[in-house]
Design a protein around this ligand. Sequence first.
Ligand SMILES: Cc1ncc(COP(=O)(O)O)c(C=O)c1O
Ligand SMILES: [Zn+2]
Length: 425
Amino acid sequence: MSALSLTCRVCATEHPLEAIGSCSRCFGPLDPAYDWELLRRTVTRERLADGPASIWRYADVLPVAAPTEPRLSPGWTPLVPAPRLAAEVGVRELWLKLDTANPTHSFKDRVVAVAARKAQELGLGTLACSSTGNLAAAVAARAAAEGLDAAVFVPADLEPEKLTAAAAYGPTVYTVDGHYDHCSRLTVELSFELPWGFVNVNLRSYYAEGSKTLAYEIAEQLGWRVPDVVVAPIASGALFHKLGQGFAELRELRLVDGVVPSLVGGQAAGCSPVATAFADGVRVIPVRPATVARSLAIGSPADGDFAVATARETGGSIHAVAEEAVGKNMALLARTTGVFGETATGVTLGALRAALAAGEVRARDRVVLLVTGDGLKTPGPVSFTYAPVPIEPDAETFLEDVLTLARDWPPEGSRQGRPLRSRLS
Ligand SMILES: Cc1ncc(COP(=O)(O)O)c(C=O)c1O
Ligand SMILES: [Zn+2]
């Protein structure tokens, strides 16, 4: 393991590799620091290619040792071309990174796998988190796989599909009378009192680092090329910031040439403190969330200012996506690619469209869009697509009446509109 310490992102004070949530000097976030000289010598494309088809192929650049007996490993999810959607939105090359293929159908399995390893190293028997939904399922499933206890703290009014998807793994689900920021504050306070591994509080440095693996995978799956643009959703901002760090590390390790991709972020208009800070050129000002994109409903984002910095440093941008557009984008993605992403993905696609409209992303760019969560957990906003045609179970009526009544039927010049009986004779 090449991690040396936890280093404050703000004041650079070093801390030991323990369960410490923030800098003891300035409360800044802590990032694992590595022996880059060693890594530059040892981490090669060939070595990575020999690794497992999971996040653990990147264990050299993670702050924990890979599990000796891996269970339900996340990562190495498909990166698939989306030519029909590319044509629809007006970009040359568009790829979807399908993190819905992770064990609990969101990218949160990556971050939890890393934090859980640290919890096990430290002998913590309970995994806990505050969550907007997906993290709760990832924590609960990881605990089930590893034989740990799980306690998750979620807003009481989350989507029922999300709550049930987490509950099935057997955690204790604490439904909090409030929104995510209340859950978060509560778990910060509890983390000082309980010997638990709160993945996004006292294990946050390890947790956040798991997101980096998305950058590594994208580059490796594109044949060690970096795309021009990567589009991602923003809640706390940790994923977005770590994508930037991950792409920068790839250059540091000389695994790729060229520049870091422009990172484009999306938030829903009803909870867009990071997009507002980006647009106004100010620090993030907390808001009270009111959005259909519940997984992104963090009004006081811990890494918000760092996400703004990442967008600026990479020549990217952050967009607020209209609430009405979220379901429409989910449906557009589904009908042009066969991929049903959740509300967060509706936001991500909205951000890409906004960046294209603003000329920030060019038609000739190679773009990767992160599908970080599954639409089956948030089907509400696409209920408008459900317009079934009620019929009798009778082929003749169907062919004579139903199809012939349907718009554009029969296709011009086709023989298929003839009644069943005449075709059989
Ligand atoms: C599906 C999905 N995408 C993206 C995010 C954003 O992650 P972050 O809090 O690291 O910004 C979340 C957070 O809950 C999420 O559930
Ligand atoms: Zn500090």
